[in-house]
Design a protein around this ligand. Sequence first.
Ligand SMILES: *Cc1c(COP(=O)(O)O)cnc(C)c1O
Length: 385
Amino acid sequence: MIPYGRQSISAQDIDAVVEVLRSDWLTQGPTIERFEQAMAATCQARHAVAVSNATAALHIACLALDLGPGDWLWTSPNTFVASANCGLYCGAQVDFVDIDPLTLNLSVPALAAKLAQAQSRGRLPKIVVPVAFAGQSCDMAGIRALAEQYGFRIIEDASHAVGASYRGRPVGCGDFADITVFSFHPVKIITTGEGGLLTTQDDQLAERLRRLRSHGITRDPALMTQASDGPWYYQQLELGYNYRITDIQAALGLSQLTRLHAFVTRRRALAARYAELLADLPLTLPSAQQDAESAWHLYPVRVQLDALHSDQAQIFSALRAAGIGVNLHYIPVHLQPFYRQLGFADGDFPEAERYYRQAMSLPLYPDMTDEQQEQVVQALISVLH
Ligand SMILES: *Cc1c(COP(=O)(O)O)cnc(C)c1O
């Protein structure tokens, strides 16, 4: 089976992990800091805070921005459930903003319209979570302008977008978002097994994120409520979690990061080749947003079902039977049973729902060979007749 995504692990990656296993520190050691510094440099960000996964990152990002009961968090329905769940973890309420049918990212005109309505009802969001779907940045300048007008904060879910850029600067640089979140799950752009990271330009937010990742504890005398009892002393200042990453994982991430450019270059080449080879099929191919260079985590197409005799499920089954591991991103979050139970229903976000009924993600990963890609194309040609 040619999977839709897969990690690329080199001998150098394995050596880097083994080296940590032979060292004094398996966790809370120096490799985490080195990984954070390398990611901060890659993103041109002031601070990078590594954590156990991107879901944990989204959670503490919300906490650091003081999201709580009575507040609203808005995100895209075309995302993984974690982008929305983080608001509920904090006791806030969650709502969605429909997507742009071309970029498949949160629609800025839809956001503007919903904000105007919410203002008249006194229900403005405290946080908006734009998601860089498939690795392509949202219209962050447009979202930032609305953030300034309506006073919300921005957590950019860039789980798909390590190595992407927007307006000539790396995603995560903090030009538009208060906090950017990345995932290092094996199907994402670089991996640490499980892992996540936050970038921010704000010194105080970074300090708060570091504290929240480790139980809310500080060893900084300047932050303590009383003089230190002795060299063993620490204080818990707020309720935090154990969301730490290990040095073992950070070593893998640091080693993977040296190949980030090669990974993204290969993904872009495969995407460009798909665009050429699939041009004559009944598929709507992904369209680029101006000013955004995607990291191509996914290659999402829409199947033009009205031109075909089979339905979406039949096409998936036929492709999978042919060894092509197509996948679907995403089931609109508001249609999950858990979210329906909160009051969401079919028809709430029609563009995301329309996309879902046509969507298919084709295999795309850096170690994919030209021959494997041709195999995918041949299978598509024979199934989509
Ligand atoms: C993968 C993903 C997450 C969660 O990442 P984990 O590291 O697995 O917790 C969140 N948001 C989006 C958009 C993702 O794709």
